[in-house]
Design a protein. Structure first.
Lengths: 426, 155
């Protein structure tokens, strides 16, 4: 990959902050967007804007074609069929939709209405997650348990950042209805082997949900091969627009899943008494969709596929390895990794004696953007026994030179604080 | 030149005196006796503070704290402890109001040194919106502790 050519595609990378060139190392929070993605929204609004999937005029047809075309590209991107891709507001929204579907099914069952028993939660049933989940893949399940009396269980994380995966065998039992876990950790950055989770869930007939927010942007993910029932991710982390997420489900799972939000465009027939619904994806997409965003997301997926996901993955893995090695060689810097695997595209670290927030501030003063704090994975932070971390994360446009600048800035940060702290008190 | 601008702004925030208090905290380490204990966290970054306080004869007594956080939140707590310990509640209220005014002043408010003491050093921090919460963490915790004590003695 020609990184300089790629960088030229991202207008924001020409920006200066504090009068210095921007060094953007926060792509795990949200990635930057290439001009073609930005332009796709402009073009849609400038030339094709109309409500997709309704209307009998040229613009409506064009809008529908562009919108459904984007669905086909996104499906292709993850090796799926277009009708298995549901457009949502975000990955968070996608997870909440599945959680709400469980809650709805449970209420329907209580009223004797026909529902697929796999979505029904009774007191004593369980949902299994891991301790390293992003809050988005934890809190909705906590709430669902509260509503239904089901029990939340989790695979714990050891101090070395590894999952105690052998406990899955006893955690997942005949009362388990759902197993949900993340594909790539947003904090430790490593990839998690999906196979033990899928095997444990299949053994008992539980549904499975994979949080692929940090994997799909950086590696080739062929979702049908994973054996999961649902997968979620966000457009804004894969060079795409904000405000758009995805829920992929197998046809069987989407057919069995009760409707969540209801309204126009998702109905088959409506009378004053009741309605019937279309099949997925329309079943889960009421209202006029976020068309400019779906179209732009399609362009983002194309952009990544043109680069080649194998190249993207090897680029970010190289950067992560380089960052981990260089940061780790600075005395007083600890790189947090998982014994379960090397980081894909994000590296967390801590600087002895300097709080991550202060490190982040010093880095910002040099134009370097990183994330500091608990990274929406508070339980994992506690399990690792650290107060917070600094996280540098990478994307297609990140360079070794940026990591060198990060390393220099971390060293400068150590000297800034040691100077400031040592010449008094002493 | 650019380097100068950069160091000036970062040093505006990390005033020597702020780092001084960070290195040499005041009233740190939870102590007995106390009337209330409050626990506050900065939900965006995980900074965490526990404050113990007693009020006797209308004055703040036995103020002690412990916590984990950045230099801004920790030094702010120390300066606060130094500024208001043994002072009456009205003095605390005035200081809280002045400190809050300063921190919400986007860096253009000139603080009253008579009221805030060393805490005027936080004027530079007020320019960094993301750090205002850090500076206010301890103040909010003590305010909460005072409110609880007042509430329990009013009825
Ligand atoms: C692993 C993981 N899951 C879920 C999310 C939530 O994504 P969003 O905020 O786009 O809904 C994130 C975003 O930080 C993430 O990193």
């Amino acid at each position: 990959m020609d990184i300089e050519a790629i960088r030229a595609d991202f207008p924001i990378l020409k920006r200066r902050v504090h009068d210095l060139p921007l060094v953007y190392l926060d792509s795990a929070a949200t990635s930057q967007k290439p001009q073609c993605v930005i332009q796709a929204e402009v073009d849609f609004y400038s030339h094709h804007n109309a409500a997709a999937n309704r209307g009998a005029h040229v613009l409506a047809e064009e809008a529908t074609e562009a919108h459904e075309g984007a669905r086909a590209i996104l499906a292709d991107f993850v090796g799926a069929k277009p009708d298995e891709i549901i457009f949502t507001r975000s990955a968070t929204d996608s997870i909440n939709m599945v959680a709400t579907a469980f809650a709805n099914a449970t209420m329907y069952a209580q009223q004797g209405l026909p529902v697929d028993a796999r979505f029904v939660l009774n007191p004593g049933d369980s949902i299994v997650v891991t301790e390293l989940e992003h809050h988005a893949n934890l809190v909705p399940w906590q709430e669902l348990c509260k509503k239904t009396g089901a029990q939340l269980r989790w695979v714990t994380v050891s101090r070395d950042g590894s999952l105690q995966i052998e406990t899955l065998e006893s955690l997942v039992d005949s009362r388990t209805k759902l197993v949900a876990w993340t594909h790539v950790s947003n904090l430790l950055g490593h990839q998690i082997d999906h196979r033990p989770f899928v095997a444990a869930a299949q053994r008992v007939g539980a549904l499975t949900l994979l949080d692929a927010c940090q994997s799909v942007p950086h590696m080739s993910v062929a979702v049908p091969e994973l054996g999961v029932d649902f997968m979620v991710w966000s457009a804004h982390k894969m060079l795409g627009p904000t405000g758009l997420g995805f829920l992929w489900g197998t046809r069987q799972a989407l057919a069995a899943m009760p409707v969540v939000e209801t309204g126009g465009s998702m109905i088959a027939q409506v009378t004053m008494e009741s309605s019937t619904y279309l099949e997925a994806p329309a079943k889960f997409e009421p209202g006029v969709p976020a068309m400019a965003q779906t179209v732009a997301a399609g362009v983002a997926a194309r952009y990544l596929m043109t680069l080649g996901m194998a190249h993207v993955e090897s680029h970010v893995r190289q950067l992560s390895a380089y960052a981990a090695a260089r940061l780790g060689s600075i005395p007083g810097v600890t790189v947090l990794t998982s014994a379960d695997g090397d980081p894909v595209s994000a590296v967390s670290f801590m600087v002895d004696g300097i709080h991550p927030h202060d490190v982040g501030q010093l880095l910002d003063s040099r134009g370097i953007a990183v994330r500091v704090g608990h990274h929406c994975a508070w339980p994992l932070i506690k399990a690792l026994g650290v107060p917070a971390t600094v996280r540098a994360s990478f994307s297609v446009y990140s360079t070794h030179d940026e990591i060198d600048q990060l390393v220099d800035a971390v060293i400068a940060c150590q000297s800034f604080f040691s100077r400031a702290l040592s010449h008094r008190g002493a | 030149m650019q380097g100068m601008v950069e160091m000036m702004s970062i040093e505006q925030m990390y005033q020597d005196i702020i780092l001084d208090y960070y290195a040499n905290p005041v009233a740190k380490g939870l102590r007995e006796p106390y009337q209330v204990e409050v626990h506050h966290v900065n939900t965006s970054c995980g900074d965490d503070i526990t404050v113990r306080l007693a009020v006797q004869g209308g004055a703040l007594k036995e103020l002690s704290w412990d916590g984990v956080g950045c230099s801004i939140s920790m030094s702010s707590m120390s300066m606060l402890a130094e500024a208001v310990a043994e002072k009456d509640l009205a003095t605390f209220d005035t200081a809280l109001a002045e400190f809050t005014r300063l921190m919400h002043g986007k860096g253009v408010v000139v603080p009253d040194e008579l009221i805030l003491g060393d805490a005027v050093a936080f004027a530079g921090v007020a320019k960094f919106a993301a750090r205002v919460k850090c500076a206010l963490l301890g103040w909010k915790a003590v305010e909460d502790a005072v409110t609880r004590i007042k509430g329990s003695t009013d009825d």
